[in-house]
Write a protein that binds this ligand. Structure first.
Ligand code: ATP
Ligand code: MG
Length: 225
């Protein structure tokens, strides 16, 4: 069976005043349906860059990306949006909530765009699980960093995507709140077989996945390597 996500030789550079910055130098990875994968790496090693490529939020310079066996490296904008909205949830490292929308509006928006049913009910259930129902009518600037992070997670989950990409889902949370977030992720992974790829600095949460990779010098290493 095809992996839900597979990359072959992905490379990505940025231009900088000091010349070309080769952030990703050949990423080969395979994420199976139902897997929970953790990616660790030092600050600046390219974890967010990689996750953005996997989430079709950016394009690579070289290499190929396959989603459920389909080559999606060079999809047109319409197909990319459809795939992202329907099948990929993304929790941004810096949340990216829309400032003029309330919590409830922020998290239901992808569901309304995708014309999903029972979006509000599902949003409330998910907000309940991350203890944010009482903040439903708040605007992002009226939330703490950790609360915005949890709102970002609910938004990523609202369309029940097959693949959820999380950039530091517990980066701003205390131990108890981290456990609450991980409980939700674990449950969705187990019960709904949703696939998770999680970037983290948190060695404790990284212990529990099916697989763990470390990004160093632009390539992925298994921890033993
Ligand atoms: N748009 C950009 N233009 C130029 N350089 C960039 C751009 N985005 C990222 N970089 C550089 O690419 C490198 C990787 O950045 P990235 O955000 O992927 O790191 P990271 O591993 O997610 O770090 P952190 O753990 O701090 O979040 C960094 O050195 C960064 O300065
Ligand atoms: Mg990052």
């Amino acid at each position: 069976m095809a992996a839900i996500l597979e990359t072959k030789g992905i490379e990505k550079s940025y231009s900088s005043p000091h010349g070309k910055l080769h952030v990703l130098r050949g990423i080969d990875m395979r994420l199976e349906q139902g897997e929970m994968m953790f990616i660790t790496g030092r600050s600046g090693s390219g974890k967010s860059t990689l996750l953005h490529l996997l989430g079709l939020l950016d394009t690579c310079d070289k290499g190929q990306l396959f989603f459920a066996g389909e080559n999606v490296t060079k999809l047109n904008d319409r197909k990319t949006c459809k795939l992202r909205n329907g099948s990929i949830g993304f929790l941004f490292q810096f949340y990216n909530l829309l400032p003029e929308l309330t919590v409830l509006e922020n998290v239901t928006l992808p569901g309304l765009i995708g014309k999903r049913k029972k979006v509000t009910q599902r949003a409330k259930e998910l907000l309940e699980q991350v203890e944010l129902v009482e903040r439903m009518k708040h605007f992002p600037h009226q939330l703490s960093g950790g609360e915005q992070q949890r709102v970002g997670l609910v938004r990523a989950l609202i369309n029940e995507p097959a693949l959820v990409l999380c950039d530091e889902p517990t980066g701003n949370l205390d131990e108890e709140s981290s456990e609450m977030v991980m409980r939700l992720i674990r449950r969705l992974n187990k019960e709904r077989k949703q696939t998770f790829c999680i970037v983290t600095h948190d060695e404790i949460i990284a212990r529990e996945g099916n697989s763990k990779l470390h990004l160093r010098s632009g390539v992925l290493h298994s921890p033993a390597a």
